[in-house]
Design a protein. Sequence first.
Length: 163
Amino acid sequence: MTRDETVKRLIECYEGYFDIHYSEASPIGLYARCDFHIHNSKYVLVKSAKLWEADCHEYVYIFSVDKLTEEVFERCRAYVIQEGDKLIDPKPGHMYTYLTAVFICDDFTKEAVKLLKRSKRYKSYKLSLNGWSEFRTFMIKADDKTFFSNKAGKESSKLVKNL
């Protein structure tokens, strides 16, 4: 499978639940951003008598690159965190926001994989009273489906198996 086919299959997996925003000629290889939002609440008898409510968000940035190197990874990671932080609204009722960077590549360096596996960022807002955010990332090599992720991105392996 080629890199473009892999990206399109991945987008198809996200389409059912996420809002897809395609990127126009990104210099860092950004193909699309996928947004997911959910609001949960529990109330007694009437909706105005709320016991609790929670807002959950996930922003997935899909990058299509020829070769994943340390420099490419660092630029993309910085972009995801910078742009993702603008989308986070830590207020009462905010539970979590996941910022996920997905790399589809033809080749990679060992140093980039080490950096990807060690990459982490966890941020709580008002001692987690207003929720938290976490950075997750994973990489798929298009031709042989080699998969690497950081610790927080392990949950994404289920999605990759569907590919």
